[in-house]
Design a binder for this molecule. Sequence first.
Ligand SMILES: C[S@@+](CC[C@H](N)C(=O)[O-])C[C@H]1O[C@@H](n2cnc3c(N)ncnc32)[C@H](O)[C@@H]1O
Length: 289
Amino acid sequence: MNQPKVWDAYSKSYHNIEKNPAGFQFTLLNMLRVNEADEILDAGCAGGHLHQYILQQRKKNCRLIAFDFSLEMIKIAAARMIKYFNNPLSGQIEDISPQEIENADINCPLLEENNYRIFQGDVQSLPQLNDNQFDIYISNLVLQLVGNKDQALQEAFRILKPGGKIGIVIPVVQGNSLMLSLQQCFIKAGLIPNNAYKPTDIETREGMINFISKHGFKDIVCWNQTIPFDLFDIDDNYIFPQFREILDKAPKEQVDQFYALFKQEVQNRLALNLPFTVESMSLIAKKPS
Ligand SMILES: C[S@@+](CC[C@H](N)C(=O)[O-])C[C@H]1O[C@@H](n2cnc3c(N)ncnc32)[C@H](O)[C@@H]1O
């Protein structure tokens, strides 16, 4: 499921949900003190929806480097930032045409001139980046997807400066009423077996803290955070890639059944005056000086 081509396809609709994970990332950036860093890395940045915000906070001459393994995602980020560096009042996703994304040059000199670099890369192996290079490594909603999490953490440790900080956010299944609701509707429509989506070892405080300590990080702060997921005024953009793939291959009858069930779930939630929620486990830690 976690292949660049899956995220390439998903890039066409990711902008519709990006404002939701931003709720976690704003907290993380605040906890990491991005305003104090000289060099910041956004690992698995998707379409770079928080890069303008990070740049507004950064100190003079701070460099922001970002990557994602999906080429389509980084083209969105490049198109967005080219637009932004040309005019700081623009760069909203709505301002960017499909043509501008298609033609976006990730090596455009304007990006480098503004201390910004974007490239295609995999968190598990980052030969493009030097040892002891970064003050801050940000990974928002990426680690849960990665096949070899140990390798990803080893790379993060290698490229951080001594005293540099890592900030990680992963979703927690149990507190994710949106994911649980979607999963139930998929099960009822016969699209997936029971318990298809299981929590991973790092979804508990203990599991996450142990995992990060094992890789040499110190001064760990770990917290759970719940945010509402805006669902009532959008169409079917809540369908995450793992579900999108299943729907694309399923018979129409089952797909229709799923949508009918989920529309009812949305109505039930509204009747309770409650939003769907997404819960995260967030963590910041330091590489020892
Ligand atoms: C849920 S999105 C999160 C994106 C962004 N960080 C945010 O906060 O909105 C996950 C992103 O991670 C990327 N990704 C998944 N596995 C990756 C890997 N091994 N290396 C680099 N990027 C990866 C996907 O292409 C996708 O853009």
